[in-house]
Design a protein around this ligand. Structure first.
Ligand code: PLP
Length: 381
């Protein structure tokens, strides 16, 4: 129950043990087509260029920046946590200029500040933001930010590493142009795969490039030769065949449950957890409107030893929760309820375990109140 990787479903783990076949085997090519279709469903897009990059979320991030930016370009980058900072690194390593729009950690990206930056920098060709900031447990308004980017003629890069499969994400309706995610959060697949999707506008920009993409491996024009639409697939790299079996199985599970049901399951378990945490006397770190159901940031109460509580949970309950990062280190815990791990059983386990660990820290609380509040919530549904 940390910030990811989340628990992998037994069906997905079993799929990893299927016999490894060639990455150009006709059966594997058919599986690739199914993965593309299932990813289009998860991203809610009809983008033809939708595929899993054979590397973790950071590679998906890098793929978006290196393909859409050239030296001398300008990008507006929103930062309200760790990952906006990583975006800035990417922009600068492309030889482009990053105009930073900063918000406090734990607050959403402020659309007014973004609009002001877009007006001040009409030369910007890209707007980039993190939809679900894992470092703080904060959602930003994806629909509004995409709309702003388009109104000012930029392509929009959106990080959905923690949002895909956990909260509403509508790539086509919102008009996001380059979107990347990770396999290890709300999809509950093994880590190491990064689903990406590029809009036709983004593909046009990529095809019109005069400057070679600095990364051979992530150059989408080359990757398209392997994952592209026509049936003649050419070798680009040896795909992680078994990890892609797992991704396929994960996406089949998502389709079977239905995206809307998965999203409402995340929301329900989050509300139960919050009811329990508040009954224990703990405070959430993020305003209700912007909380991520899949990653719950909780303020560590005064006098409670952060590391001691987390090690007790791990040692005595086999339960991992995340520490705060960066500006929130030592101030918050991050409790994940992602994908397969977003279940009533985990909510109750976590509340029980946390109550025991907090009592050991001499934190005053009413015994049993947390589990009671969560149980009452479930029963009221
Ligand atoms: N973006 C966000 C919002 C993340 O949470 C993460 C990882 O946690 C990444 C990017 C990088 O993904 P990875 O660690 O899979 O490279």
């Amino acid at each position: 129950m940390g910030p990811g990787p989340s628990d992998v479903a037994p069906r997905v783990l079993a799929s990893l043990a299927r016999p490894t076949i060639g990455h150009l085997d006709p059966l594997f090519v058919a599986l690739m087509d199914e993965i593309k279709e299932l990813l289009q469903y998860a991203f809610q897009t009809s983008n033809e260029l939708t595929l899993p990059i054979s590397a973790p979320g950071s590679a998906g991030m890098e793929a978006c920046f290196v393909n859409l930016l050239s030296p001398g370009d300008t990008a507006i980058v929103c930062q309200n946590g760790v990952f906006g900072g990583r975006m800035r690194e990417n922009v600068e390593r492309c030889g482009a200029t990053a105009i930073m729009v900063e918000d406090d950690w734990g607050k959403p990206v402020d659309p007014q500040k973004v609009e002001a930056a877009l007006k001040k920098h009409p030369e910007a060709s890209v707007l980039a933001f993190v939809h679900a900031e894992t470092s703080t447990g904060t959602r930003s308004d994806g629909a509004t930010l995409c709309k702003l980017g388009h109104a000012h003629d930029t392509l929009v890069i959106m990080d959905t590493v923690t949002s895909l499969g956990g909260i509403e994400l509508k790539v086509d309706d919102w008009g996001a142009d380059a979107v990347y995610s990770g396999s290890q959060k709300c999809l509950s697949c093994v880590p190491g795969i990064s689903p990406v999707t590029f809009s036709p506008r983004a593909v046009e920009r990529i095809q019109a490039r005069s400057h070679k993409v600095q990364s051979w491996f992530l150059d989408m024009q080359l990757v398209m030769g392997y994952w592209g639409g026509d049936s003649k697939r050419a070798y680009h790299h040896t795909a992680p065949v078994n990890a892609l079996y797992a991704l396929h199985e994960t996406l089949v599970i998502l389709k079977e449950e239905g995206l809307a049901n998965a999203i409402s399951r995340h929301s329900k378990n989050h509300r139960a957890l919050v009811a329990g945490l508040e009954a224990m006397g703990l405070k959430m770190a993020v305003d209700e409107a912007w909380r991520l159901p899949q990653l719950n940031s909780v303020c560590i109460p005064e006098g409670v030893n952060d590391a001691q509580v987390r090690s007790r949970l791990l040692r005595d309950f086999d339960l991992e929760i995340g520490a705060g990062l960066g500006a929130l280190a030592g101030k918050t815990w991050r409790i994940g309820l992602m994908g397969h791990a977003s279940r009533e059983r985990n909510v109750i386990l976590c509340l029980n375990a946390l109550e025991t660990a907090l009592k050991a820290e001499k934190f005053t609380l009413e015994s049993g109140a947390a589990v009671q509040a969560a149980t009452d919530f479930y029963q009221s549904m």
